[in-house]
Design a protein around this ligand. Sequence first.
Ligand code: M6R
Length: 622
Amino acid sequence: MCGIVGYIGKPESPSDKARDVVLEGLARLEYRGYDSAGIAVAGSQPLAWLKREGRLDNLKAAIEAEPLPPASAAIGHTRWATHGAPSDTNSHPHISHDERVAVVHNGIIENHAALAAELAERGIERVSETDTEIAAHLLAIELEKGADLLDAMRTIAGKLEGSFALVALDSQHPERLVAARRNSPLVVGLGEGENYLGSDVAAFVGETKRALELGQDTIVEVTADSVNVIDFDGNPTQAKEFSVDWDLSAVAKGGYETFMDKEIHEQPMAVRETLRARTTEQGNLQLDELRIPESILRSIDKIIVVACGTAAYAGHVAKYAIEHWCRIPVEIELAHEFRYRDPVVNEKTLVVAISQSGETMDTLMAIRHAREQGSKVLAIVNTQGSTIARESDAVLYTHAGPEIAVASTKAFISQIAAAYLLGLYLAELRGNKYVDEIAGYLDELGKMPGRIEQVLEQEEQIRELARSMADIDSVIFLGRHVGYPVALEGALKLKELAYVHAEGFAAGELKHGPIALIEEDLPVFVIVPTPRRPLLHAKVISNLQEVRSRGAKLIVIAEEGDEDVLKYADPSQVFWAPRTTPTLMMPLVTVIPLQIFACEVAKAKGYDVDKPRNLAKSVTVE
Ligand code: M6R
């Protein structure tokens, strides 16, 4: 959702750098999803700002037409509308009534209406429909009383309810930026004689690799040479420094037409990196990151996976493997449902939160609830310094590199790989599997990058089929066992990218209702289990028959050499998973054709596959 960038340099040398760093940062944050963008700068000249609805290019064109003055400080924002429609006026930065303060904000100020009413009594009317604007006015009122920006921020942070990462610039003191955060993400980038703020490290990854995590309910004052962090009560607080392991090339398209194409092709790397350094030379599992005491991990009697969207489907896949390997019941729960239904969780429950961004508010709230109930929380997260990583008892990073396209691909694959490492670790720790069995599974996992590469070789055939089907308006995906969450993921990809109505079902469920939807020419994707699991396989082959006999168009993903599927599906519409891939590892390869298909249908329809409509990469509101 909203992206924030802040830059602070030496006040004695204003230049265009502040503007340029912020615009570059905003470009790198475009992936979060936005509908307008804006910038404010300050230095030797009074506050100047520009904001435009639509793409960042609109803002850049406005700056061309109306150049901003040289500055030492700048803040910028990409807005994903919540309060008030996308418009120039509702875009951030918001400016105080006296034009002294500019603010950008990510989150929702829930008591904005009450605060706006108080402001109205003082004769200050909002010009926008946003919740954010009140923060600018409130800060200006405090400054007018003689407070400095840090104190002013502390005062207003105590009045705001909801979630906020709020960055403010006082044009009378352009030597500092002050920010406050509660529940919404914000990180500091550390430079030499200049510093940065960002809603994630992508905002400043082109400038520095040194960053600071900010804790919950903190305020930070940043100048060119210093960073001062306090809590909402004014007590000094430590912020943990970390080194950003993403580089600029990771946030560029690297010759691909879209980020999604690049990320689909990065999937072998994502699995390889997630597995790397997690085994000893003897092939034993080594998860040093699991800082939860072994005695606790031995005593847990239930695992609940909390996640949303694609991450939840990764958790759903992991359920099959972890239950099979560890004999611990695993529940998979959409994070937004978890907290509100009084779930049965206690100190014997291990809650596993899966999140690419590490900022999904629904998931964050779920883990807070779980920890309040005494559960340990282990997070599987891709983004360093993210809130979910910081607030969990232990983190298993997925090392997929930044995922820029809104639709998740390499994160899904690496989440499954990480969850499998966790499952194997628990199986070994709890004595469910012998060391040599674990080594066997690890060996198979290690072969998955190569197997994914084999599936990627069928890319052109999948894209051709997708282009020929670009006018589809409804699609069904069927899978059984671990193929079921893959079917759900295939349907989600098509919905979010190509805006096609798609449903995923457990294949066994077909006869309980969904079969009524099957009609002549309806595209039905079926993920067929390996013939090496004859019982499972035979049942899904029956589903192929049932669907085919009703005239539907079958698209099949099956194991190489599975002759049975060719009795029902046209060979040009069958995509092959490498022979001998173990059943539990199948999702890592069977999902690939579905990702490519959705991507290509969207392109054929002329849609932006990296930024599908209405969606944000990082969903930082509940
Ligand atoms: O950052 P997270 O993994 O927590 O995000 C969860 C979902 O919002 C995300 O997977 C979403 O469903 C993707 N757009 C799907 O492609």
